[in-house]
Design a protein around this ligand. Structure first.
Ligand SMILES: [Zn+2]
Ligand SMILES: [Zn+2]
Length: 644
């Protein structure tokens, strides 16, 4: 047999017989490496450790030290799940079972619903199979043969019919389980050391509501028990912070069945917080040279034809409505409205940049299955602005947008964030709008802006929108979860579609550059993120009630009211708990409502013109003159302090 040349990551070359397996190469390097190995990378592609090498190749052995191996590991755990389900419930039909960001899932079709007890049983069986140390064996099957083999698995038959070539690969796991699958997988079940099944959810075959309803079992897997435990603890913490739960407990917002799903009602307390978010943003707009505009919620459908949304965005729009003169469309975007304002008069280069900002409410159709509290809704308000400028101005504009985004994060106490710069494919696919010059200009402006601000942006090629490159800023919340938030996005399409222009220095007409940017993204979603980030304990400047006065007995009621009046006069949102309850209960309730300051007043405080200050985080702060207490709270509000 001929020898092949295998090049290792350090550049060294090994000459081995054709058909040698990566695992054998690993063993020839060290037993340790062979033991730790999970999967290989061959010429850039992930490859089973036991799959023979066919020709000269670049080979890398991946272990738990390589994050890319985690996906393979989790996919293998999904197979383990399916194998366990088939052993316990042989009548089950299999859908698909891919790895996901947080673990893996597998879709099953079965008349009876899986119960939480079933989940425990399945997990136990998974451990039993794991202990059998079964190999994940790659096999090749001819298509016609395969279709017979899978006769009792209709969804697999469908996939094979659609996707398989004349010969396809499949993976077995023990005598019963076999899956039409491209792989690769870890070599055997004993490699899987830490996993947990998490939940059962509904799903549709191929994600289509018209198809069969399936049961999706979610699970997660990590290389070690320690990492798994950390992740599970984080899930627990996230559950406690769930904005839907806190939103109800703190009476912040609701979704009303009678009004419809995905539509948010801000209650008085949520309304106060929203006002702070809006006021801050509008003030910043004005400080930073934006103009505030207000635009309608509907417009003739013709507008959306001109903008192109009637075509490429149709699926995300509410249905049209018929009025006397035309069809109207609830707006899914603010952009065309701002464009109409820009285009309403002629602009000279001297007036640019034009920055039009609005807290604009938009409506988008989302399938009911994906709606999720404040995070995925059907009606929401964007802090949306559009900048129209000349090529010479664009870089500074992008710098200002990014700086604005960073300032926004800092204001709300987010200290960690990351950025992604999505670029095009250089025009290879033809799916992108705009000229190469425009793309170069846009991408360079974004790159330079990142450099100037020392923002380390990860470049993601071929991920731009078809109409222009963009920067996305992701924040990291208090428990380490990333959230996509701000975006700065070029648009080469809309200025062309609306024939936007300005008169240049040369007296000629030119097309302005246009940038969309949203920093909160959606106010509803940002509100949800804040609730979870602060675990409901909003900083003083945002807290719906900033201080509550707690009289120990009814004797101090009048004094309590006079204290509240002083708080009022100082612009501090406050209330008095005038119930005839024990003060300890009043404190507990105020604590549950996460009110930053509890001002307890008894006879002594009344005599001395004081309040006994209690902070929700730091507890008893001692008695203080009312004026001092007010000054301290006021200072926290004015500085928008994030911790207190
Ligand atoms: Zn698979
Ligand atoms: Zn826009």
């Amino acid at each position: 047999m001929d020898n092949i040349q295998v090049t290792l990551p350090d550049g060294s070359v090994k000459s081995v017989p054709a058909g040698t397996r990566p695992l054998e190469v690993a063993r020839s390097i060290s037993t340790r490496l062979a033991d730790d190995a999970l999967v290989a990378r061959v010429d850039g592609n992930l490859w089973d450790l036991n799959r023979p090498l066919e020709g000269d190749a670049q080979l890398q052995i991946l272990t738990t030290k390589n994050p890319e191996a985690l996906e393979v590991y989790r996919h293998s755990t999904a197979h383990l799940l399916a194998a366990a389900v088939l052993e316990l419930f042989p009548e089950t039909k299999l859908g698909i079972g891919p790895p996901i960001d947080t673990g893996f899932y597998y879709d099953f079709q079965r008349d009876t619903a899986f119960t939480p007890e079933d989940l425990e049983k399945i997990e136990k069986r998974m451990w039993e199979i794991q202990a059998r140390d079964l190999p994940y064996e790659r096999k090749y099957t001819e298509k016609n043969e395969g279709l017979k083999l899978y006769a009792d698995q209709p969804m697999k038959v469908e996939l094979i019919t659609e996707r398989a070539g004349d010969v396809f690969s499949e993976y077995t796991l023990g005598p019963q389980f076999i899956d039409f699958c491209r792989g690769p997988h870890v070599p055997s079940t004993k490699k899987i050391k830490a996993f947990k099944l998490l939940s059962i959810a509904g799903a549709y075959w191929k994600g289509d509501e018209k198809n069969a309803q399936l049961q999706r079992i979610y699970g997660t897997a990590f290389f070690s028990k320690k990492e798994l435990d950390e992740y599970l603890a984080k899930l627990e913490e996230a559950k406690k912070r769930d904005h839907r739960k806190l939103g109800q407990e703190l009476d912040l917002f609701s979704i009303q069945e009678l009004a419809g799903p995905g539509l948010i009602f801000f209650h008085p307390k949520g309304g106060i917080i929203r006002k702070q978010l809006e006021d801050w943003m509008r003030d910043e707009y004005l400080k930073r040279g934006y103009s505030l505009v207000y635009t309608p919620h509907v417009a003739r459908f013709d507008l959306w034809k001109t903008s192109g949304h009637a075509g490429f965005y149709a699926q995300n729009m509410f249905s049209r409505m018929e009025l006397d003169d035309a069809e109207y469309q609830l707006k899914p975007m603010n952009c065309p409205f701002h464009i109409l304002i820009y285009a309403d008069k002629q602009h000279s280069y001297r007036e640019l940049p034009v920055r039009l900002g609005e807290l604009g409410t938009v409506y988008r159709y989302e399938r009911s299955g994906v709606l999720n509290g404040l995070f995925r809704v059907r009606g929401f308000t964007q802090d949306d602005a559009h900048i129209f400028c000349t090529p010479e101005q664009i870089e500074n504009e992008v710098v200002d947008c990014l700086q604005f985004a960073v300032d926004t994060l800092t204001t709300y106490g987010f200290t960690k964030y990351s950025a992604e710069l999505s670029t095009w494919d250089g025009g290879a696919s033809g799916k992108y709008d705009g000229t190469p010059e425009q793309w170069a200009l846009g991408e360079n402006a974004l790159k330079n802006a990142c450099e100037r601000l020392n923002v380390n942006a990860k470049i993601v090629p071929d991920e731009a929108a078809f109409y222009g490159p963009k920067i996305d800023v992701k924040l990291v919340d208090a428990i380490g979860r990333p959230w996509q938030l701000s975006t700065v996005q070029f648009d080469f399409t809309l200025p062309r579609r609306f024939q936007l222009e300005y008169i240049g220095e040369d007296g000629q007409k030119h097309q302005p550059l246009m940038v969309h940017r949203a920093l909160y993204g959606s106010i509803e979603r940002f509100f949800g993120i804040l609730i979870e980030h602060y675990a409901g304990a909003f900083p003083v400047w945002l807290a719906p009630v900033q201080a509550i006065v707690l009289p120990i007995t009814d004797r101090q009621l009048e004094y309590a009211r006079s204290v509240q009046k002083q708080l009022d006069a100082a612009g501090i949102r406050s209330s008095v708990d005038d119930r005839s309850e024990k003060v300890n209960l009043k404190i507990r309730d105020a604590q549950l409502q996460k009110i930053p300051y509890m001002l307890v007043v008894g006879d002594r405080e009344q005599q001395n013109g004081q309040v006994a200050v209690r902070n929700r985080k730091h507890g008893d702060q001692g008695a203080k003159p009312v004026a001092d207490c007010i000054a301290a709270i006021r200072a926290l509000i004015d500085s928008k302090a994030v911790s207190a």
